[in-house]
Write a protein that binds this ligand. Sequence first.
Ligand code: ADP
Ligand code: MG
Ligand code: ZN
Length: 626
Amino acid sequence: MNDTPSLPPRRQNSFLYLIIIALVVSAGFLLWSKNDEVMTKISLNSVIQQVKEGKIETISVVKNRLEAIRTDGSKEFAYKEPSSDIYDLLDKGGVTKDQVAQLTIDVVPNDSSDFWLNLFMSTFPIILIVGVLAYMMRSAQSSNNQAMSFGKSKAKVYDKEKGKTTFEDVAGAVEAKQELVEIVDFLKNPGKYMEIGAKIPKGVLLVGNPGTGKTLLARAVAGEAGVPFFSISGSEFVEMFVGVGASRVRDLFKKAARNAPCIIFIDEIDAVGRHRGAGMGGGHDEREQTLNQILTEMDGFEKDTNVIVMAATNRPDILDPALLRPGRFDRRVIVDLPDLNDRIAILKVHGRNKPLDDKINLEKIGKHTPGFSGADLENLMNEAAILAARHNRKIIMMDDLEKSIEKVLLGPERKSRVLNDKEKKITAFHEVGHAIVGHLTEFCDPVQKISIVSRGMALGVTWFVPDEDKHLVARAKFMDEMASLLGGYCAEEVFFGDVTTGASNDLEKATGIARRMVTEYGMSDLGQVIYGEKNHEIFIGRDLGHTKNYSEAMAQKIDERINAYVDGAYKRAKDTIMKNKTIMESIAKELLEKETLSREDFLKHFPSPELEMKKEQKKDAEKKAM
Ligand code: ADP
Ligand code: MG
Ligand code: ZN
């Protein structure tokens, strides 16, 4: 019986019934056998003898059993042969006719206990079979029901009121929040935008590493706007049966349209939104159908249906371009890993309702947790609380937090990487190298932001933001860009005397530019011939194939030109860095401290920031005029 609690409730119930039945049956048997005990068994002779002596009042005959009630009320019984007649027996035993007349002879057709037993024996198997059948049918039916509801989306709805999440709960992520405030306004006051003829965006794609708060942000948008929030994970669309995903999508969008204004949130959209047609062994039909259905539904929304579809992914690079087209997920919100200030803010959010010791220094914890995501930091706070509780303390101490850092670092769930101090320093100088070379060349786009918070495979990033989409790029700009790309490599070389693998992607990009200049754009002394034909067919990877349509001799010449371009860029980059070592050191120092530098932070380090600003503005103006 000990194992019954572990059974699911329904099975437990039927077990209970079985046990009750067994108890009743055995109790019944016990009662019958008790009856037997009251009567004493005697021999047939003794019955006859007692009849002769007149000690017996009644004899009941039940088949081969004689039950005798004596004059004193006691009961006895004896067995006879089944075939023999009671009158014959008495007669042969020498009982006189008178004595027989005084007896009450009662012939009972059947024993009552026997009757019940027989009834039970004959019906029990039937009951059992019927019971088992009923049970089977019931479970078959419920799995049937399950099959019927397969096509229904399993989307979870979060109500507006209970457990409401707001932007307050999301610390840091300033840029992401700024973009999303707009979405909140769309949901709250759609009329305002409709009147002026603006189309409300339908899709917002949240891009960022795991645990950076994408789900949290989406929920906060719903909470801020006070609308229902339907959440489903991309992997839930993909099931064993073909067509289920598509019908789930249909159901989800129908539900959402009924509840408008609302938010549909598709987590891990890369599970269904992978680039179609790419992939070994043909596409995954089911996934493609699901994706097509999502696209169809998004296109099918009426202009005034106030439903916004948000989706999250950490692999935007593998998404199908069709998803990113206008009218679909045309808004992209990047959710970065938190930098120092963000980390401190997140620690504060998660320390809000925990008893923290006064001596706790969250800034220090923030400094020691580069590369931690929001989820990691939440985990850190929780581990600290557990540690405090284990030592029977009511307050979390600084020591608990410090010990928990290590625990979270070693934890199995951490996938993002954390730089050690040396790596961080190299990354900082590398990025400053890109920035300074880019800044000091004539045609590179202005430096927007420098960061050493690692993202995906890159350890750090320097953003150069162009003012507008440019389709025509001059040769001079390519040269400047190559120099800036090599700036990272050169900085490592100059400041550390060695280079790391961190520069490999930059070198690849620079070489790519040089190769395209020579073979595609006719920007070399080899003339205006296009070398090589691009193979646009999609197979396995995209445009992997290149058809070579030039001679070996030409290939050698092409390689020489590419080398010359890259080498020229390298020399320029190195020259710039050698001349600006002091500035670079001060920029790198600040970058190491803050982890991200804005454009203003960066320009501050130049001898005359105002002049630099003016120069930048002039550069911008010139570009616009071009
Ligand atoms: P993602 O969806 O990007 O993988 P989640 O939104 O699920 O990440 O974040 C996991 C948890 O980490 C959240 O529930 C939240 O508690 C915490 N978290 C992440 N980012 C933040 C942040 N910026 N501010 C506060 N908490 C955060
Ligand atoms: Mg998530
Ligand atoms: Zn680089």
